[in-house]
Design a protein around this ligand. Structure first.
Ligand SMILES: Cc1cc2nc3c(=O)[nH]c(=O)nc-3n(C[C@H](O)[C@H](O)[C@H](O)COP(=O)(O)O)c2cc1C
Length: 149
């Protein structure tokens, strides 16, 4: 892989999104940054920058949004990864808006289900148990491979 790549992630609910990030970083030599413990980074040297998050009220976690606003340099290639309770269009809209303000090239997005115990789901043991599953993780790796081609 000759593109220097970093994935910035926040995966605070159950570590669901981190499973995707971990599978990618186990297979490829990339850097990862946990945005919940690091709020500043110099991303200038990266060719490709990924942002990975669970979905909170229809968008990426606030830590990822504020990290992106603060640290994404102009004119970078970016991609988005997420896990959610129930996939629908628009989860990356506000991240896309931030990226557009930085004149980024958006390479694409990949999202899949993640274990969710928010609100009433907690009472019945949660929804999407065992997600992301092996197939979803493989799909995330394939998506990543298309982004770094
Ligand atoms: C406070 C909260 C709000 C959430 N809001 C949404 C939502 O709007 N849409 C959705 O599909 N999932 C929602 N979820 C479910 C999470 O996005 C899902 O469980 C995700 O896989 C968590 O990722 P993580 O473990 O990487 O943090 C919400 C979860 C929490 C805790």
């Amino acid at each position: 892989m000759n593109k220097k790549t970093v994935i910035i992630y926040a995966s605070t609910h159950h570590g669901n999104t981190y499973k995707l990030v971990k599978a990618i970083s186990d297979k490829y030599t990339i850097d990862t940054i946990d945005a919940t413990t690091q709020s500043l980074a110099d991303l200038q040297s990266y060719d490709v920058i990924g942002f990975a998050s669970g979905i909170d009220f229809g968008k990426f976690y606030e830590t990822i949004e504020s990290f992106t606003k603060k640290n994404l340099p102009m004119n970078k290639k970016v991609f988005f990864l997420y896990t959610c309770a129930k996939d629908r269009k628009g989860f990356t809209d506000s991240m896309r808006e931030i990226a557009n303000q930085k004149e980024a090239v958006i390479l694409g997005e990949y999202g899949c289900k993640g274990f969710n115990t928010y609100g009433p789901w907690r009472v019945i043991g949660g929804m999407n148990k065992n997600h992301p599953n092996q197939d979803e993780i493989l799909q995330a790796i394939k998506f990543f491979e298309r982004c770094i081609k």
